[in-house]
Each structure stands twice: as structure tokens, then as C-alpha cells.
Design a protein around this ligand. Structure first.
Ligand code: PAF
Length: 269
């Protein structure tokens, strides 16, 4: 597995890579959710690349960026085990020669939900994904459904700019108790970790978004939003200062007035 940190080195390697390329962009702190993206890319593409770059422009809180978990050695081991041919891990200077003077802005959905609570977040996400797409030139790019809004916005950007890239949606991978896998879960104290599965349970078992909000608030979560939008129920909460997001298909929620049947899947939503 090649480890490349400059655009020039990556492009030199890219020139020799055979067949359509599968790309898994990440910010490191890899977990089983990332592993599932990499394994799917491996199964579907002739050559595969994961990127590891903690992108400062998508953090509205600089402290959140500074304290984002960094697990470089275990990330490399996981990428290697998952069969990646290369890991692209650029510096900020390599990826932002313009110092972020140029950026991608979406003026609709990116301002709602996550975007409303994290101003500028999706400008940073879309900008770095565009940069990575330009360097990696993938045929397919793999994104987790846990970041549903991100997935939809990346898809929209690829379509808006006629990018010949298939954006592949991969199911959320969950702990056995239903908690969606996330790099931020590492920040949960043991006490918060034991309370965290109530987040997914409340989304699944509540007949309405308002009922889920109420249930989570009563359970001690600081609720940023729970909203039913299109085919999904999307939510963000804070638990002891750790921000968690999740979403589920609305078909998984009980009809208003129906008995709430707990759905606790072991794997994906
Ligand atoms: O989902 C993530 O890890 C990040 O938002 C991404 C897509 C790698 C861009 O920094």
C-alpha cells in the first residue's frame, strides 16, 4: 500500500493505476463504518484509494478540529487490511494552496439541519471533496449514509458540475446496541456511552419527530434538531458535550398512534 502526501506524488501513482478507481474519503480515526466503505470499494473497483485528512475548513469550532481523534497508525493498518492500494494523506498547505480563498457554496439544503447548526460546515465539506475528486479522479466514491445530508450534497455537487463520478451510498454501520459508528464515539465517557444507544432507539420508536425530541430531552440529551425530511428522520444531539448525529428511514418509524416496536438492528440502518 502506497502512502502519498503530495498532489504530485499522488498523480504520479495515479497515472500507473489500472482500471476505474474506487475512492473512500475520510478524516481518519477509522472504525468499522469506514472499513465497510473500503471493503465495498475493494470488491467493486480495480484500484482503491482512501484519503486521510482532518479538514479544518469544515469545523465551525476550531477546538473541535484540534481535538478530533487522530489514530494514524491504526488507520494505516485498517486501510492495509481492507486492501487499499494507496492512502492519500496531504497537508493543509498541499490541499489548500489558495488558503481557502476559493470555495464551493450550495445555497439551499446546505443551510438547513447540520448546516443551520454548523455555519460554513458544508462549504468546507464540498470544497475539500471537490479538491480530492480533482486529484484522485475516481470512477466511484463511497460515502456513509450516517452523514445523510453530506451524501446528498456531494451527489448534488457531482451532478451540478457534470463530474463523471458515481457517488455510492453505503449503509450506516451500528454497534450491537444500535449506536451509529462514529469517530466521535471515542470521546464519550463510559457513562455517556452507556446512555448513547437511547438516541437511535428514540428515533426509531417515536411516532413523530416531535415525540423523539421530547423523549431525548427527557433522557438528558441536548437536542439540536430532530426533523422528518423526505424519506428520512434526521437528528443531532449532544451528550455530555459530544455531538452525535444519526438518521433512519421513515419507514422504520411506527405510524402515529401505533404501538412502538423497538427495532434494534445489529448492523446497518
Ligand atoms: O465524512 C467525512 O469524514 C468528511 O466530511 C469528508 C467527506 C472526508 C470530507 O472531509
Amino acid at each position: 500500500m502506497k502512502i502519498l502526501s503530495t498532489v504530485e506524488a499522488f498523480r504520479a501513482w495515479r497515472g500507473g493505476a489500472a482500471g476505474p478507481l474506487g475512492f473512500v474519503p475520510t478524516m481518519g480515526a477509522l472504525h468499522a463504518g469506514h472499513r465497510s466503505l473500503m471493503e465495498r470499494a475493494r470488491a467493486e473497483c480495480a484500484a482503491t484509494v482512501a484519503s486521510v485528512f482532518v479538514n479544518p475548513t469544515q469545523f465551525n469550532d476550531p477546538e473541535d478540529c484540534r481535538s478530533y481523534p487522530k489514530t494514524w497508525e491504526t488507520d494505516l493498518a485498517m486501510a492495509r487490511e481492507a486492501g487499499m492500494d494507496a492512502v492519500f494523506a496531504p497537508t493543509f498547505e498541499a490541499l489548500y494552496p489558495d488558503g481557502y480563498r476559493y470555495r464551493v457554496t450550495e445555497n439551499g439544503h446546505s443551510l438547513t439541519l447540520e448546516g443551520a447548526h454548523r455555519p460554513g460546515h458544508f462549504d468546507g465539506v464540498l470544497t475539500v471533496v471537490l479538491k480530492l475528486f480533482q486529484i484522485v479522479v475516481p470512477g466511484r466514491a463511497y460515502f456513509g449514509e450516517k452523514d445523510w445530508q453530506q451524501l446528498e450534497l456531494v451527489r448534488g455537487m457531482a451532478a451540478a458540475f457534470f463530474m463523471p463520478i458515481e457517488v455510492v451510498a453505503c449503509p450506516t454501520v451500528r454497534e450491537a446496541d444500535g449506536l451509529a459508528m462514529s469517530s466521535r464515539n471515542r470521546r464519550l465517557s463510559p457513562a455517556a456511552r452507556s446512555r448513547a444507544p437511547e438516541f437511535h432507539r428514540a428515533l426509531v420508536e417515536s411516532p413523530t419527530a416531535a415525540a423523539a425530541r421530547e423523549r431525548l430531552t427527557e433522557a438528558g440529551f441536548s437536542v439540536q434538531y430532530v426533523e422528518d425530511a423526505g424519506s428520512r428522520r434526521l437528528a443531532a444531539v449532544e451528550l455530555e458535550g459530544v455531538r452525535l448525529i444519526d438518521n433512519i428511514p421513515l419507514a422504520a418509524t411506527p405510524a402515529p398512534g401505533a404501538d412502538a416496536t423497538p427495532i434494534l438492528t445489529g448492523s446497518a440502518s
